[in-house]
Design a protein around this ligand. Structure first.
Ligand code: CA
Length: 220
């Protein structure tokens, strides 16, 4: 799942990015409101973390414009401790959730998981299909209870397919959600990741829709 992080405090940015990357997310970072607006309008993010106090343009006006443009990506806003009116404005402008600074990183991670889950209509933090068990809270994957070692990119592919269970995903769409903005996007390598996932998790988990893409049929 690909996340846009718009935040101008370098240390906080680095901390949040580290946290999300450790959970197998792909994160693009921008540091001002103009860039935030541009990236959020042009790239297909699964969710956006938006600081309200950004240079160049404030977060609320960026968010209002996205919603006006019909961009429905879930947005979590970051506000100052005493910023209750910012939170009201932010929620009314179309934010889905908020965090008040300073916050504990595990809480942010849990809110991100919950937002991504809600968006995909999945209610539990765990995906199960056949003998495959995938816990999104720690990125742990097991088959028949035995841990399976997956690379960050394999986890990213698996996460996106599980969150979109029952929907056919083209290679292009998949590559848009597992690589960073300036990442080396090659949709041919997707086939390699799928082959490796099948080798590690069994041949039946991911279905190939010939010439079109991949899907996970049904997950509990
Ligand atoms: Ca700020």
């Amino acid at each position: 799942m690909r996340v846009l992080l718009a935040e101008d405090e370098p240390q906080l940015c680095a901390q949040i990015k580290r946290l999300l990357v450790a959970e197998g997310r792909v994160v693009d970072v921008v540091n001002d409101g103009v860039e935030a607006h541009f990236m959020g309008s042009t790239e297909p993010y699964d969710m956006i973390i938006l600081d309200i106090g950004l240079p160049e343009r404030d977060g609320i006006s960026v968010l209002r414009d996205w919603r006006k443009e019909g961009i429905a990506t879930p947005v979590l806003i970051l506000t100052a401790r005493d910023g209750w009116s910012e939170r009201v404005d932010g929620l009314d402008a179309g934010a889905d959730d908020y965090m008040t600074k300073p916050f504990h990183m595990p809480e942010l991670a849990a809110r991100v998981r919950a937002m991504l889950r809600r968006q995909s209509g999945h209610v539990k933090p765990v995906f199960e299909l056949g003998n495959v068990h995938f816990d999104t809270r720690n990125g742990r994957v097991t088959t028949d209870g035995i841990p399976v070692d997956l690379t960050a990119q394999e986890i990213a592919v698996l996460t996106y397919l599980f969150h979109n269970t029952g929907r056919m995903i083209s290679r292009t769409e998949l590559s848009e959600h597992i690589y960073e903005y300036d990442g080396d996007r090659d949709s041919n390598t997707i086939a390699v990741f799928i082959t490796r996932l099948r080798k590690k998790l069994g041949p039946d988990l991911i279905t190939t829709v010939r010439g079109r893409g991949y899907m996970i049929d049904a997950a509990a």
